[in-house]
Design a binder for this molecule. Structure first.
Ligand code: GRE
Ligand code: ZN
Length: 331
Protein backbone atom coordinates (compact mmCIF):
# COMPACT_ATOMS: atom_id res chain seq x y z
CA UNK A 1 0.00 0.00 0.00
CA UNK A 2 0.97 3.62 -0.49
CA UNK A 3 0.80 6.17 2.32
CA UNK A 4 2.24 4.02 5.08
CA UNK A 5 3.08 5.73 8.36
CA UNK A 6 5.83 4.49 10.71
CA UNK A 7 6.48 5.67 14.26
CA UNK A 8 9.29 3.87 16.10
CA UNK A 9 12.05 5.44 14.07
CA UNK A 10 15.18 6.58 15.82
CA UNK A 11 17.71 9.30 15.15
CA UNK A 12 20.55 10.72 17.18
CA UNK A 13 22.50 13.91 17.47
CA UNK A 14 25.92 13.34 15.91
CA UNK A 15 28.17 11.87 18.64
CA UNK A 16 30.88 9.40 17.67
CA UNK A 17 31.20 8.20 21.26
CA UNK A 18 28.04 6.15 20.50
CA UNK A 19 29.94 3.89 18.11
CA UNK A 20 31.35 1.44 20.73
CA UNK A 21 27.85 0.95 22.16
CA UNK A 22 26.36 0.49 18.69
CA UNK A 23 29.08 -2.06 17.96
CA UNK A 24 27.44 -4.19 20.65
CA UNK A 25 24.15 -4.07 18.70
CA UNK A 26 25.55 -4.50 15.22
CA UNK A 27 28.42 -6.31 13.52
CA UNK A 28 29.31 -2.92 12.03
CA UNK A 29 28.84 -0.16 14.60
CA UNK A 30 30.09 2.54 12.25
CA UNK A 31 27.45 1.71 9.58
CA UNK A 32 24.73 1.65 12.20
CA UNK A 33 25.91 5.02 13.52
CA UNK A 34 25.86 6.47 10.01
CA UNK A 35 22.30 5.19 9.53
CA UNK A 36 21.22 6.58 12.89
CA UNK A 37 22.36 10.12 12.15
CA UNK A 38 21.03 10.00 8.57
CA UNK A 39 17.41 10.96 7.92
CA UNK A 40 17.09 12.89 4.66
CA UNK A 41 19.42 10.66 2.64
CA UNK A 42 19.17 6.88 2.52
CA UNK A 43 16.34 6.64 5.04
CA UNK A 44 14.08 8.96 3.07
CA UNK A 45 15.04 7.12 -0.13
CA UNK A 46 14.04 3.83 1.52
CA UNK A 47 10.73 5.38 2.60
CA UNK A 48 10.09 6.54 -0.97
CA UNK A 49 10.93 3.14 -2.43
CA UNK A 50 8.56 1.33 -0.05
CA UNK A 51 5.43 3.46 0.04
CA UNK A 52 6.17 5.08 3.40
CA UNK A 53 4.74 8.57 3.37
CA UNK A 54 5.44 9.70 6.91
CA UNK A 55 7.69 8.83 9.87
CA UNK A 56 7.46 10.02 13.46
CA UNK A 57 11.08 10.19 14.62
CA UNK A 58 12.48 9.93 18.14
CA UNK A 59 15.74 10.06 20.05
CA UNK A 60 17.81 6.90 20.28
CA UNK A 61 17.39 4.71 23.43
CA UNK A 62 17.97 5.11 26.36
CA UNK A 63 18.34 8.89 25.81
CA UNK A 64 17.45 11.07 28.78
CA UNK A 65 16.20 8.04 30.76
CA UNK A 66 19.75 6.66 31.03
CA UNK A 67 21.14 9.93 32.45
CA UNK A 68 21.18 9.77 36.25
CA UNK A 69 21.99 13.41 36.85
CA UNK A 70 18.77 15.49 36.74
CA UNK A 71 20.45 18.62 35.34
CA UNK A 72 22.29 16.69 32.64
CA UNK A 73 19.14 14.75 31.68
CA UNK A 74 17.02 17.90 31.39
CA UNK A 75 19.68 19.70 29.33
CA UNK A 76 20.08 16.65 27.08
CA UNK A 77 16.31 16.48 26.42
CA UNK A 78 16.15 20.16 25.43
CA UNK A 79 19.16 19.81 23.13
CA UNK A 80 17.80 16.67 21.50
CA UNK A 81 14.35 18.19 21.00
CA UNK A 82 15.80 21.28 19.35
CA UNK A 83 17.94 19.11 17.09
CA UNK A 84 15.08 16.79 16.12
CA UNK A 85 12.75 19.74 15.49
CA UNK A 86 15.31 21.05 12.98
CA UNK A 87 15.41 17.67 11.23
CA UNK A 88 11.62 17.72 10.93
CA UNK A 89 11.61 21.29 9.65
CA UNK A 90 13.67 20.26 6.62
CA UNK A 91 10.80 18.03 5.40
CA UNK A 92 7.71 18.60 7.56
CA UNK A 93 5.44 16.86 5.05
CA UNK A 94 7.41 13.63 5.62
CA UNK A 95 8.45 13.75 9.29
CA UNK A 96 7.03 14.47 12.72
CA UNK A 97 8.60 13.91 16.14
CA UNK A 98 8.18 12.49 19.60
CA UNK A 99 9.55 14.69 22.39
CA UNK A 100 12.36 13.47 24.64
CA UNK A 101 11.90 14.28 28.34
CA UNK A 102 13.91 14.02 31.52
CA UNK A 103 11.63 12.33 34.06
CA UNK A 104 13.66 13.21 37.17
CA UNK A 105 11.13 15.90 37.97
CA UNK A 106 7.57 15.70 36.64
CA UNK A 107 7.02 19.46 36.63
CA UNK A 108 10.14 20.01 34.51
CA UNK A 109 8.95 17.27 32.16
CA UNK A 110 5.56 18.96 31.78
CA UNK A 111 7.16 22.33 30.92
CA UNK A 112 9.39 20.75 28.26
CA UNK A 113 6.46 18.75 26.89
CA UNK A 114 4.40 21.93 26.54
CA UNK A 115 7.30 23.62 24.73
CA UNK A 116 7.73 20.64 22.40
CA UNK A 117 4.05 20.45 21.51
CA UNK A 118 3.12 24.11 21.44
CA UNK A 119 6.34 25.70 20.12
CA UNK A 120 8.02 22.88 18.18
CA UNK A 121 4.87 21.14 16.88
CA UNK A 122 5.78 17.68 18.20
CA UNK A 123 3.14 14.95 18.10
CA UNK A 124 3.75 12.98 21.29
CA UNK A 125 6.37 11.72 23.73
CA UNK A 126 8.78 8.79 23.66
CA UNK A 127 10.06 7.65 27.05
CA UNK A 128 12.82 5.07 27.08
CA UNK A 129 11.39 2.98 29.91
CA UNK A 130 11.84 4.20 33.51
CA UNK A 131 14.03 7.09 34.63
CA UNK A 132 17.38 6.00 36.07
CA UNK A 133 18.45 7.99 39.14
CA UNK A 134 20.84 7.77 42.09
CA UNK A 135 18.99 6.74 45.26
CA UNK A 136 19.81 7.85 48.82
CA UNK A 137 22.47 5.13 49.08
CA UNK A 138 24.08 6.38 45.88
CA UNK A 139 22.95 3.29 43.92
CA UNK A 140 21.55 3.44 40.39
CA UNK A 141 17.82 2.79 40.58
CA UNK A 142 14.80 3.24 38.28
CA UNK A 143 11.54 5.14 38.69
CA UNK A 144 8.46 3.91 36.82
CA UNK A 145 5.61 6.14 35.75
CA UNK A 146 2.83 4.52 37.78
CA UNK A 147 4.41 6.36 40.75
CA UNK A 148 1.92 9.06 41.89
CA UNK A 149 4.69 11.66 41.58
CA UNK A 150 4.05 11.42 37.81
CA UNK A 151 0.32 12.19 38.01
CA UNK A 152 1.01 15.81 37.03
CA UNK A 153 2.75 14.46 33.91
CA UNK A 154 -0.19 12.21 32.99
CA UNK A 155 -2.59 15.09 33.60
CA UNK A 156 -0.63 17.22 31.12
CA UNK A 157 -0.47 14.37 28.61
CA UNK A 158 -4.24 13.95 28.84
CA UNK A 159 -4.83 17.69 28.49
CA UNK A 160 -2.49 18.03 25.47
CA UNK A 161 -3.79 14.75 23.91
CA UNK A 162 -0.25 13.59 23.19
CA UNK A 163 0.28 9.80 23.01
CA UNK A 164 3.22 8.45 25.06
CA UNK A 165 5.40 5.74 23.50
CA UNK A 166 7.03 3.50 26.13
CA UNK A 167 10.21 2.22 24.48
CA UNK A 168 12.82 -0.11 26.07
CA UNK A 169 16.32 0.92 27.12
CA UNK A 170 19.46 -1.00 28.13
CA UNK A 171 19.50 -2.62 31.62
CA UNK A 172 20.90 -0.86 34.71
CA UNK A 173 24.31 -2.06 36.04
CA UNK A 174 22.84 -4.24 38.83
CA UNK A 175 20.84 -6.23 36.26
CA UNK A 176 23.80 -6.34 33.90
CA UNK A 177 25.72 -8.02 36.74
CA UNK A 178 23.03 -10.33 38.13
CA UNK A 179 21.30 -11.45 34.95
CA UNK A 180 23.41 -10.75 31.94
CA UNK A 181 27.06 -10.86 33.07
CA UNK A 182 27.45 -14.41 31.84
CA UNK A 183 24.61 -14.20 29.29
CA UNK A 184 25.25 -10.97 27.37
CA UNK A 185 23.36 -12.28 24.34
CA UNK A 186 20.10 -11.80 26.29
CA UNK A 187 20.66 -8.03 26.52
CA UNK A 188 18.50 -5.86 24.27
CA UNK A 189 16.14 -7.03 21.52
CA UNK A 190 16.64 -10.74 22.24
CA UNK A 191 15.12 -10.50 25.71
CA UNK A 192 15.87 -7.66 28.18
CA UNK A 193 14.02 -4.98 26.19
CA UNK A 194 10.77 -6.94 26.19
CA UNK A 195 11.16 -8.01 29.82
CA UNK A 196 11.60 -4.44 31.01
CA UNK A 197 8.96 -2.80 28.81
CA UNK A 198 6.42 -5.52 29.65
CA UNK A 199 6.92 -4.78 33.35
CA UNK A 200 6.39 -1.08 32.76
CA UNK A 201 3.19 -1.48 30.73
CA UNK A 202 1.77 -3.82 33.37
CA UNK A 203 2.76 -1.34 36.10
CA UNK A 204 0.81 1.44 34.33
CA UNK A 205 -2.26 -0.76 33.74
CA UNK A 206 -2.44 -2.39 37.19
CA UNK A 207 -1.35 0.75 39.08
CA UNK A 208 -4.52 2.57 38.05
CA UNK A 209 -2.92 5.27 35.85
CA UNK A 210 -5.68 4.80 33.25
CA UNK A 211 -8.39 5.01 35.93
CA UNK A 212 -6.99 8.37 37.05
CA UNK A 213 -6.42 9.54 33.45
CA UNK A 214 -8.86 7.64 31.23
CA UNK A 215 -8.07 9.55 28.04
CA UNK A 216 -4.31 8.87 28.12
CA UNK A 217 -3.02 6.81 25.16
CA UNK A 218 0.16 4.76 25.52
CA UNK A 219 1.97 3.07 22.63
CA UNK A 220 4.22 0.05 22.99
CA UNK A 221 6.39 -1.45 20.24
CA UNK A 222 7.58 -4.91 19.23
CA UNK A 223 3.99 -6.23 18.93
CA UNK A 224 3.19 -5.32 22.53
CA UNK A 225 6.44 -6.67 24.02
CA UNK A 226 5.31 -9.70 26.06
CA UNK A 227 2.01 -8.34 27.39
CA UNK A 228 -0.34 -10.09 24.98
CA UNK A 229 1.29 -13.51 25.25
CA UNK A 230 0.57 -13.56 28.99
CA UNK A 231 -2.69 -11.59 28.98
CA UNK A 232 -5.07 -14.38 29.90
CA UNK A 233 -2.95 -15.66 32.76
CA UNK A 234 -2.22 -12.18 34.13
CA UNK A 235 -5.90 -11.22 34.29
CA UNK A 236 -6.89 -14.66 35.59
CA UNK A 237 -4.65 -14.28 38.62
CA UNK A 238 -5.32 -10.59 39.20
CA UNK A 239 -9.03 -11.41 39.44
CA UNK A 240 -8.63 -14.62 41.41
CA UNK A 241 -6.06 -13.38 43.92
CA UNK A 242 -5.75 -9.57 43.99
CA UNK A 243 -9.02 -7.82 43.07
CA UNK A 244 -10.63 -6.27 46.18
CA UNK A 245 -7.48 -6.85 48.24
CA UNK A 246 -4.29 -5.28 46.92
CA UNK A 247 -4.99 -4.34 43.29
CA UNK A 248 -5.31 -0.57 42.66
CA UNK A 249 -6.68 -0.87 39.08
CA UNK A 250 -10.44 -0.86 38.58
CA UNK A 251 -10.46 -2.81 35.31
CA UNK A 252 -8.71 -5.79 33.75
CA UNK A 253 -5.44 -5.46 31.84
CA UNK A 254 -7.36 -6.62 28.74
CA UNK A 255 -9.70 -3.64 29.06
CA UNK A 256 -6.80 -1.17 29.25
CA UNK A 257 -5.15 -2.90 26.27
CA UNK A 258 -8.43 -2.37 24.37
CA UNK A 259 -8.90 1.24 25.50
CA UNK A 260 -5.65 3.00 26.42
CA UNK A 261 -2.82 1.04 24.81
CA UNK A 262 -1.81 0.72 21.16
CA UNK A 263 0.87 -1.69 19.93
CA UNK A 264 3.20 -1.35 16.95
CA UNK A 265 4.91 -3.83 14.67
CA UNK A 266 8.30 -2.15 15.21
CA UNK A 267 11.12 -4.67 15.04
CA UNK A 268 8.82 -7.68 14.76
CA UNK A 269 7.60 -8.61 11.29
CA UNK A 270 6.12 -11.96 12.16
CA UNK A 271 2.68 -13.06 11.00
CA UNK A 272 1.61 -15.53 13.71
CA UNK A 273 2.07 -13.06 16.61
CA UNK A 274 0.39 -10.33 14.57
CA UNK A 275 -2.71 -12.43 13.86
CA UNK A 276 -2.73 -13.45 17.52
CA UNK A 277 -2.65 -9.76 18.49
CA UNK A 278 -5.56 -9.07 16.12
CA UNK A 279 -7.49 -11.90 17.79
CA UNK A 280 -6.74 -10.60 21.28
CA UNK A 281 -7.22 -6.82 20.94
CA UNK A 282 -8.36 -6.19 17.35
CA UNK A 283 -6.78 -4.62 14.26
CA UNK A 284 -7.87 -1.14 15.38
CA UNK A 285 -5.17 -1.12 18.08
CA UNK A 286 -2.20 -2.07 15.92
CA UNK A 287 0.09 0.42 14.15
CA UNK A 288 2.70 -0.34 11.51
CA UNK A 289 6.27 0.71 12.41
CA UNK A 290 9.76 -0.41 11.41
CA UNK A 291 12.29 0.50 14.18
CA UNK A 292 14.80 2.14 11.85
CA UNK A 293 17.77 2.05 11.70
CA UNK A 294 17.80 -1.20 13.70
CA UNK A 295 15.45 -2.83 11.20
CA UNK A 296 15.01 -2.55 7.46
CA UNK A 297 12.19 -0.52 5.86
CA UNK A 298 11.92 -2.77 2.79
CA UNK A 299 11.58 -5.88 4.95
CA UNK A 300 8.83 -4.36 7.09
CA UNK A 301 6.97 -2.84 4.16
CA UNK A 302 7.07 -6.03 2.08
CA UNK A 303 5.79 -8.01 5.05
CA UNK A 304 2.88 -5.59 5.57
CA UNK A 305 2.02 -5.59 1.87
CA UNK A 306 1.88 -9.38 1.64
CA UNK A 307 0.13 -10.24 4.92
CA UNK A 308 -2.64 -12.85 4.66
CA UNK A 309 -5.20 -10.52 6.30
CA UNK A 310 -7.95 -8.33 4.83
CA UNK A 311 -7.09 -5.22 2.82
CA UNK A 312 -9.09 -3.15 5.24
CA UNK A 313 -7.01 -4.40 8.19
CA UNK A 314 -3.78 -3.66 6.28
CA UNK A 315 -5.03 -0.12 5.59
CA UNK A 316 -5.90 0.38 9.27
CA UNK A 317 -2.55 -0.95 10.50
CA UNK A 318 -0.49 0.74 7.79
CA UNK A 319 -2.04 4.20 8.09
CA UNK A 320 -5.61 4.82 9.27
CA UNK A 321 -5.22 3.89 12.96
CA UNK A 322 -2.21 6.19 13.27
CA UNK A 323 -4.05 9.11 11.65
CA UNK A 324 -6.87 8.62 14.14
CA UNK A 325 -4.49 8.47 17.11
CA UNK A 326 -2.64 11.65 16.04
CA UNK A 327 -5.36 14.07 14.93
CA UNK A 328 -2.68 16.74 14.32
CA UNK A 329 -1.39 14.60 11.44
CA UNK A 330 -4.56 15.22 9.49
CA UNK A 331 -4.25 19.01 9.48
C1 GRE B 1 15.25 -0.52 19.42
O1 GRE B 1 15.33 0.71 19.35
O2 GRE B 1 14.15 -1.05 19.58
C2 GRE B 1 16.47 -1.36 19.26
C3 GRE B 1 17.71 -0.86 19.68
C4 GRE B 1 18.84 -1.64 19.53
C5 GRE B 1 18.75 -2.90 18.96
C6 GRE B 1 17.54 -3.40 18.56
C7 GRE B 1 16.38 -2.63 18.70
O3 GRE B 1 17.76 0.37 20.22
O4 GRE B 1 15.19 -3.13 18.33
ZN1 ZN C 1 13.13 1.13 18.84
Amino acid sequence: MKGKIILEEHVSMPDESLIPLLSFVSRNGRDLYDALIDLHGQRLADMNANGVEFAIISDNPGGAQSLRDPTAAAAYAVKSNNYIAQLVDRAPERFGAFAALSMHDAETAVKELQRCVQDLGMLGVMLHDGQEYLNDQGEISTRYYDDPRFDVFWAAVQELQTPVYIHPKPPVPSELRQLYGSRPWLIGPTFSFARDATFHILALCTGGVFDRFPDVKVIVGHLGENVLGQLGRIDHWLEKRDRGRILPAKRTVREYMETNVFITTAGYFSTAPLTYAITEIGADRILFSVDTPYENIAEGATWLDTLPISHSDVAKIGRLNTLKLFPRLQS
